[in-house]
Ligand binder design. Structure first.
Ligand SMILES: C[S@@+](CC[C@H](N)C(=O)[O-])C[C@H]1O[C@@H](n2cnc3c(N)ncnc32)[C@H](O)[C@@H]1O
Length: 351
Protein backbone atom coordinates (compact mmCIF):
# COMPACT_ATOMS: atom_id res chain seq x y z
CA UNK A 1 0.00 0.00 0.00
CA UNK A 2 1.34 3.44 -0.91
CA UNK A 3 2.31 5.72 2.00
CA UNK A 4 -0.28 8.39 2.69
CA UNK A 5 0.68 11.98 1.81
CA UNK A 6 2.73 13.65 4.58
CA UNK A 7 0.00 16.24 5.28
CA UNK A 8 -2.13 13.46 6.74
CA UNK A 9 0.44 12.90 9.48
CA UNK A 10 0.89 16.53 10.48
CA UNK A 11 -1.45 18.24 12.90
CA UNK A 12 -0.69 21.90 13.21
CA UNK A 13 -1.81 23.74 16.35
CA UNK A 14 -1.49 27.36 17.39
CA UNK A 15 -1.47 27.68 21.19
CA UNK A 16 -3.09 30.93 22.34
CA UNK A 17 -4.56 33.28 19.81
CA UNK A 18 -2.41 35.64 17.83
CA UNK A 19 -3.64 38.65 19.78
CA UNK A 20 -2.61 37.14 23.16
CA UNK A 21 0.80 36.13 21.78
CA UNK A 22 1.43 39.55 20.29
CA UNK A 23 0.38 41.44 23.42
CA UNK A 24 2.68 39.29 25.60
CA UNK A 25 5.60 39.93 23.23
CA UNK A 26 4.89 43.66 22.99
CA UNK A 27 4.69 44.01 26.76
CA UNK A 28 7.94 42.04 27.19
CA UNK A 29 9.54 44.34 24.60
CA UNK A 30 8.42 47.46 26.43
CA UNK A 31 9.80 46.15 29.74
CA UNK A 32 13.08 44.93 28.25
CA UNK A 33 13.73 48.30 26.63
CA UNK A 34 13.15 50.02 29.95
CA UNK A 35 15.42 47.70 31.97
CA UNK A 36 18.79 48.61 33.47
CA UNK A 37 20.49 47.11 30.41
CA UNK A 38 18.26 47.83 27.43
CA UNK A 39 17.33 44.61 25.68
CA UNK A 40 14.98 43.04 23.16
CA UNK A 41 13.26 39.70 23.83
CA UNK A 42 15.16 37.11 21.72
CA UNK A 43 11.86 36.07 20.09
CA UNK A 44 12.44 38.94 17.63
CA UNK A 45 15.37 36.97 16.24
CA UNK A 46 13.11 34.20 14.98
CA UNK A 47 10.68 35.74 12.53
CA UNK A 48 10.47 33.88 9.20
CA UNK A 49 13.53 35.67 7.82
CA UNK A 50 15.52 35.27 11.06
CA UNK A 51 14.80 31.53 11.25
CA UNK A 52 16.19 31.10 7.73
CA UNK A 53 19.23 33.17 8.66
CA UNK A 54 19.78 31.06 11.79
CA UNK A 55 19.95 27.96 9.60
CA UNK A 56 22.82 29.62 7.74
CA UNK A 57 24.50 30.36 11.10
CA UNK A 58 24.35 26.67 12.02
CA UNK A 59 26.38 25.83 8.91
CA UNK A 60 29.25 28.19 9.82
CA UNK A 61 32.46 26.40 10.88
CA UNK A 62 33.01 29.04 13.61
CA UNK A 63 29.59 28.26 15.12
CA UNK A 64 30.73 24.90 16.44
CA UNK A 65 27.67 24.23 18.66
CA UNK A 66 25.45 22.19 16.31
CA UNK A 67 28.46 20.35 14.87
CA UNK A 68 29.72 19.22 18.29
CA UNK A 69 26.20 18.34 19.43
CA UNK A 70 25.83 16.27 16.28
CA UNK A 71 29.08 14.39 17.09
CA UNK A 72 27.71 13.53 20.53
CA UNK A 73 24.31 12.42 19.25
CA UNK A 74 25.96 10.42 16.51
CA UNK A 75 27.93 8.50 19.13
CA UNK A 76 25.18 8.12 21.75
CA UNK A 77 21.72 8.31 20.15
CA UNK A 78 21.46 4.53 20.21
CA UNK A 79 22.24 4.39 23.94
CA UNK A 80 19.71 7.18 24.54
CA UNK A 81 17.02 5.25 22.66
CA UNK A 82 17.83 2.10 24.61
CA UNK A 83 17.72 3.92 27.94
CA UNK A 84 14.49 5.80 27.16
CA UNK A 85 12.55 3.69 24.69
CA UNK A 86 10.10 6.53 24.05
CA UNK A 87 7.02 6.30 21.89
CA UNK A 88 6.90 10.12 21.65
CA UNK A 89 9.78 12.47 21.00
CA UNK A 90 8.85 15.98 22.17
CA UNK A 91 11.16 18.74 21.00
CA UNK A 92 11.27 22.28 22.37
CA UNK A 93 12.47 24.89 19.86
CA UNK A 94 13.40 22.45 17.07
CA UNK A 95 14.04 25.14 14.43
CA UNK A 96 15.05 23.21 11.33
CA UNK A 97 15.18 19.98 13.41
CA UNK A 98 18.48 18.90 11.86
CA UNK A 99 20.07 17.15 14.86
CA UNK A 100 16.63 15.83 15.81
CA UNK A 101 16.96 13.38 12.94
CA UNK A 102 19.66 11.46 14.82
CA UNK A 103 17.26 10.90 17.73
CA UNK A 104 14.36 10.02 15.46
CA UNK A 105 16.54 7.52 13.58
CA UNK A 106 17.67 5.86 16.81
CA UNK A 107 14.15 5.66 18.29
CA UNK A 108 12.80 4.45 14.97
CA UNK A 109 15.47 1.74 14.81
CA UNK A 110 14.60 0.71 18.39
CA UNK A 111 11.04 0.19 17.14
CA UNK A 112 9.35 2.29 19.83
CA UNK A 113 8.67 5.57 18.05
CA UNK A 114 5.11 6.57 17.14
CA UNK A 115 4.87 10.31 17.47
CA UNK A 116 6.87 13.54 17.15
CA UNK A 117 5.65 16.62 19.04
CA UNK A 118 7.33 19.95 18.30
CA UNK A 119 6.88 23.30 20.06
CA UNK A 120 8.40 26.43 18.53
CA UNK A 121 7.63 30.12 18.55
CA UNK A 122 8.57 30.43 14.88
CA UNK A 123 5.59 29.30 12.83
CA UNK A 124 7.42 29.22 9.51
CA UNK A 125 10.36 27.19 10.80
CA UNK A 126 7.95 24.83 12.55
CA UNK A 127 5.82 24.25 9.45
CA UNK A 128 8.90 23.48 7.37
CA UNK A 129 10.45 21.10 9.89
CA UNK A 130 7.14 19.32 10.70
CA UNK A 131 6.55 18.60 7.01
CA UNK A 132 10.15 17.54 6.50
CA UNK A 133 9.89 15.07 9.41
CA UNK A 134 6.54 13.72 8.16
CA UNK A 135 8.03 13.15 4.75
CA UNK A 136 11.17 11.40 6.00
CA UNK A 137 9.29 9.30 8.60
CA UNK A 138 5.97 8.46 6.94
CA UNK A 139 4.84 6.15 9.75
CA UNK A 140 5.23 8.87 12.36
CA UNK A 141 2.38 11.06 13.53
CA UNK A 142 3.56 14.67 13.82
CA UNK A 143 1.99 17.29 16.12
CA UNK A 144 3.38 20.77 15.68
CA UNK A 145 2.56 23.50 18.22
CA UNK A 146 3.23 27.20 17.73
CA UNK A 147 3.86 28.40 21.26
CA UNK A 148 6.27 29.46 23.94
CA UNK A 149 8.26 26.87 25.85
CA UNK A 150 8.43 29.25 28.81
CA UNK A 151 4.64 29.22 29.18
CA UNK A 152 3.09 26.37 27.23
CA UNK A 153 4.78 23.15 28.36
CA UNK A 154 1.66 22.03 30.22
CA UNK A 155 -0.41 22.30 27.02
CA UNK A 156 1.57 19.64 25.17
CA UNK A 157 0.03 16.18 24.79
CA UNK A 158 0.71 13.57 27.47
CA UNK A 159 0.47 9.81 27.23
CA UNK A 160 2.95 7.13 26.26
CA UNK A 161 6.58 7.23 27.22
CA UNK A 162 8.11 10.58 26.28
CA UNK A 163 11.61 11.82 25.61
CA UNK A 164 11.69 15.62 25.78
CA UNK A 165 14.61 17.09 23.84
CA UNK A 166 15.90 20.64 24.11
CA UNK A 167 18.85 20.90 21.77
CA UNK A 168 21.27 23.51 20.46
CA UNK A 169 22.01 25.02 23.92
CA UNK A 170 18.86 27.13 23.53
CA UNK A 171 18.59 26.85 27.34
CA UNK A 172 21.60 29.21 27.48
CA UNK A 173 19.48 31.99 25.96
CA UNK A 174 17.49 32.20 29.20
CA UNK A 175 18.64 34.22 32.21
CA UNK A 176 19.33 32.00 35.28
CA UNK A 177 15.98 32.65 37.03
CA UNK A 178 13.99 31.84 33.89
CA UNK A 179 16.23 28.86 33.24
CA UNK A 180 15.41 27.51 36.70
CA UNK A 181 11.69 28.04 36.08
CA UNK A 182 11.84 26.20 32.77
CA UNK A 183 13.87 23.30 34.19
CA UNK A 184 11.38 23.04 37.07
CA UNK A 185 8.46 23.01 34.61
CA UNK A 186 10.14 20.22 32.62
CA UNK A 187 10.71 18.23 35.85
CA UNK A 188 7.01 18.64 36.68
CA UNK A 189 5.96 17.56 33.19
CA UNK A 190 8.05 14.38 33.19
CA UNK A 191 6.37 11.09 34.02
CA UNK A 192 8.31 8.44 35.99
CA UNK A 193 9.52 6.72 32.79
CA UNK A 194 10.12 9.84 30.70
CA UNK A 195 13.52 11.30 29.86
CA UNK A 196 14.82 14.82 29.23
CA UNK A 197 17.71 15.37 26.84
CA UNK A 198 19.43 18.74 27.00
CA UNK A 199 22.24 20.14 24.84
CA UNK A 200 24.52 22.68 26.58
CA UNK A 201 27.49 24.67 25.36
CA UNK A 202 30.51 24.61 27.68
CA UNK A 203 32.85 27.37 28.91
CA UNK A 204 35.96 27.48 26.74
CA UNK A 205 38.65 29.71 25.29
CA UNK A 206 37.26 33.24 24.96
CA UNK A 207 38.64 33.71 21.42
CA UNK A 208 36.72 30.69 20.18
CA UNK A 209 33.57 31.81 21.96
CA UNK A 210 33.73 35.31 20.49
CA UNK A 211 34.56 33.97 17.02
CA UNK A 212 31.48 31.74 17.17
CA UNK A 213 29.29 34.86 17.33
CA UNK A 214 31.38 37.06 15.03
CA UNK A 215 32.18 35.10 11.88
CA UNK A 216 34.28 36.70 9.18
CA UNK A 217 31.43 36.79 6.64
CA UNK A 218 29.08 38.61 9.03
CA UNK A 219 26.36 35.94 8.83
CA UNK A 220 25.67 36.06 12.58
CA UNK A 221 25.75 39.84 12.61
CA UNK A 222 23.09 39.90 9.87
CA UNK A 223 20.99 37.41 11.87
CA UNK A 224 21.19 39.59 15.01
CA UNK A 225 20.52 42.82 13.14
CA UNK A 226 17.42 41.23 11.66
CA UNK A 227 15.84 41.53 15.14
CA UNK A 228 15.95 45.33 14.71
CA UNK A 229 14.43 45.02 11.26
CA UNK A 230 11.66 42.78 12.67
CA UNK A 231 10.85 45.32 15.41
CA UNK A 232 10.86 48.15 12.86
CA UNK A 233 8.44 46.22 10.63
CA UNK A 234 6.03 45.01 13.25
CA UNK A 235 6.09 47.82 15.81
CA UNK A 236 6.63 50.75 13.45
CA UNK A 237 9.95 51.51 15.16
CA UNK A 238 12.80 53.69 13.92
CA UNK A 239 15.90 51.62 14.74
CA UNK A 240 18.63 52.80 12.36
CA UNK A 241 21.13 49.97 11.69
CA UNK A 242 23.87 52.50 10.91
CA UNK A 243 23.60 53.89 14.44
CA UNK A 244 24.47 50.57 16.06
CA UNK A 245 27.74 48.60 16.01
CA UNK A 246 27.55 44.83 16.39
CA UNK A 247 29.50 43.78 19.47
CA UNK A 248 29.19 40.27 20.87
CA UNK A 249 31.36 39.95 23.99
CA UNK A 250 32.21 37.45 26.66
CA UNK A 251 30.97 38.43 30.12
CA UNK A 252 33.35 36.61 32.51
CA UNK A 253 31.32 37.40 35.62
CA UNK A 254 28.17 35.75 34.34
CA UNK A 255 29.91 33.31 31.99
CA UNK A 256 27.70 34.20 29.06
CA UNK A 257 28.15 35.70 25.66
CA UNK A 258 26.33 39.03 25.60
CA UNK A 259 25.10 39.50 22.04
CA UNK A 260 24.78 43.25 21.84
CA UNK A 261 24.57 46.21 19.50
CA UNK A 262 26.27 49.36 20.79
CA UNK A 263 24.84 52.80 20.05
CA UNK A 264 26.98 54.93 17.76
CA UNK A 265 26.27 58.38 19.15
CA UNK A 266 23.49 59.45 21.49
CA UNK A 267 20.10 59.18 19.82
CA UNK A 268 16.48 58.20 20.42
CA UNK A 269 14.42 55.46 18.81
CA UNK A 270 10.68 55.90 18.40
CA UNK A 271 8.46 52.83 18.72
CA UNK A 272 5.06 53.92 17.51
CA UNK A 273 3.13 50.75 18.35
CA UNK A 274 4.30 50.93 21.99
CA UNK A 275 4.03 54.73 22.13
CA UNK A 276 7.52 55.06 23.61
CA UNK A 277 10.78 56.81 22.77
CA UNK A 278 13.92 54.97 23.84
CA UNK A 279 16.96 57.21 24.40
CA UNK A 280 20.42 55.69 23.88
CA UNK A 281 23.61 57.31 25.14
CA UNK A 282 26.84 57.18 23.17
CA UNK A 283 28.15 53.54 23.36
CA UNK A 284 25.15 52.29 25.31
CA UNK A 285 24.47 48.60 24.61
CA UNK A 286 21.23 47.12 23.33
CA UNK A 287 21.24 43.44 24.25
CA UNK A 288 19.56 41.12 21.77
CA UNK A 289 20.41 37.82 23.43
CA UNK A 290 22.64 36.08 25.93
CA UNK A 291 24.16 32.67 25.40
CA UNK A 292 25.21 31.23 28.74
CA UNK A 293 28.03 28.70 28.79
CA UNK A 294 28.13 25.91 31.36
CA UNK A 295 30.55 23.92 33.51
CA UNK A 296 29.51 20.29 33.88
CA UNK A 297 29.75 20.05 37.68
CA UNK A 298 27.83 23.26 38.29
CA UNK A 299 25.28 22.29 35.70
CA UNK A 300 24.59 18.99 37.49
CA UNK A 301 24.09 20.91 40.73
CA UNK A 302 21.82 23.44 39.04
CA UNK A 303 19.48 20.90 37.47
CA UNK A 304 19.26 18.95 40.71
CA UNK A 305 17.92 22.06 42.38
CA UNK A 306 15.14 22.05 39.77
CA UNK A 307 14.06 18.49 40.55
CA UNK A 308 15.96 16.70 37.78
CA UNK A 309 18.60 14.00 38.07
CA UNK A 310 21.38 13.60 35.52
CA UNK A 311 21.75 9.98 34.42
CA UNK A 312 24.40 10.53 31.79
CA UNK A 313 26.39 13.46 30.53
CA UNK A 314 28.41 13.11 27.35
CA UNK A 315 30.88 15.58 25.87
CA UNK A 316 32.53 15.65 22.46
CA UNK A 317 36.22 14.88 21.99
CA UNK A 318 37.20 18.56 22.33
CA UNK A 319 35.10 19.09 25.46
CA UNK A 320 33.25 21.89 23.65
CA UNK A 321 29.65 20.81 24.16
CA UNK A 322 27.68 18.41 26.33
CA UNK A 323 24.44 16.48 26.09
CA UNK A 324 22.79 15.40 29.34
CA UNK A 325 20.15 12.73 29.74
CA UNK A 326 17.98 13.39 32.78
CA UNK A 327 14.95 12.05 34.61
CA UNK A 328 12.61 13.61 37.15
CA UNK A 329 14.07 13.20 40.62
CA UNK A 330 11.56 11.27 42.70
CA UNK A 331 13.27 12.21 45.98
CA UNK A 332 11.84 14.97 48.16
CA UNK A 333 13.25 18.32 47.03
CA UNK A 334 14.89 19.06 50.42
CA UNK A 335 17.24 16.10 49.95
CA UNK A 336 18.10 16.75 46.37
CA UNK A 337 20.96 19.20 46.83
CA UNK A 338 22.61 17.36 49.72
CA UNK A 339 22.73 13.97 48.04
CA UNK A 340 24.54 15.01 44.90
CA UNK A 341 27.44 12.64 45.41
CA UNK A 342 25.09 9.67 45.43
CA UNK A 343 24.03 10.31 41.88
CA UNK A 344 25.00 7.89 39.23
CA UNK A 345 26.47 10.45 36.85
CA UNK A 346 28.30 8.63 34.13
CA UNK A 347 30.57 10.75 32.01
CA UNK A 348 32.40 9.69 28.93
CA UNK A 349 34.83 12.46 28.13
CA UNK A 350 36.18 10.87 24.96
CA UNK A 351 33.99 9.54 22.22
C1 LIG B 1 19.04 28.58 19.03
S1 LIG B 1 17.71 28.05 18.01
C2 LIG B 1 17.98 26.28 18.08
C3 LIG B 1 17.27 25.53 16.99
C4 LIG B 1 17.54 24.02 16.98
N1 LIG B 1 17.11 23.39 18.21
C5 LIG B 1 19.01 23.78 16.73
O1 LIG B 1 19.65 23.24 17.64
O2 LIG B 1 19.50 24.13 15.65
C6 LIG B 1 16.33 28.32 19.08
C7 LIG B 1 15.00 27.77 18.57
O3 LIG B 1 14.03 27.94 19.63
C8 LIG B 1 12.92 28.69 19.16
N2 LIG B 1 12.50 29.52 20.29
C9 LIG B 1 13.15 30.57 20.85
N3 LIG B 1 12.49 31.03 21.93
C10 LIG B 1 11.38 30.24 22.05
C11 LIG B 1 10.31 30.20 22.98
N4 LIG B 1 10.24 31.06 24.01
N5 LIG B 1 9.35 29.26 22.83
C12 LIG B 1 9.41 28.38 21.79
N6 LIG B 1 10.42 28.37 20.88
C13 LIG B 1 11.38 29.28 21.01
C14 LIG B 1 13.41 29.48 17.97
O4 LIG B 1 12.37 29.79 17.07
C15 LIG B 1 14.43 28.50 17.37
O5 LIG B 1 13.81 27.58 16.51
Amino acid sequence: MASPAPEQHVRFNVLRDGHARRSALYEATRQSLQGEVKALPPTWLYDARGSRMYEEVTRLPEYYLPHRERDILHAHARAIAERTPASTLVELGPGSATNTRLLLDALDAAGTLERFVALDVSEDALRASAHMIAEVYPRLSVDAFVGDFERDLGLLPHGGRRLIAFLGSTIGNLYPAKRATLLGAVADALGPEDGFLLGIDLVKDVRRLEAAYNDSRGVTEAFVRNALAAVNDELAASFDQARFVYEPRWDPDHEWMAIELRARGAHAVRIDALEIDVAFEQDEPLRVEISAKFRSEEFVREVEQSGLRVESLWTDHLGDFAVALMVADARPQANVTTKREENDVRRSKHL
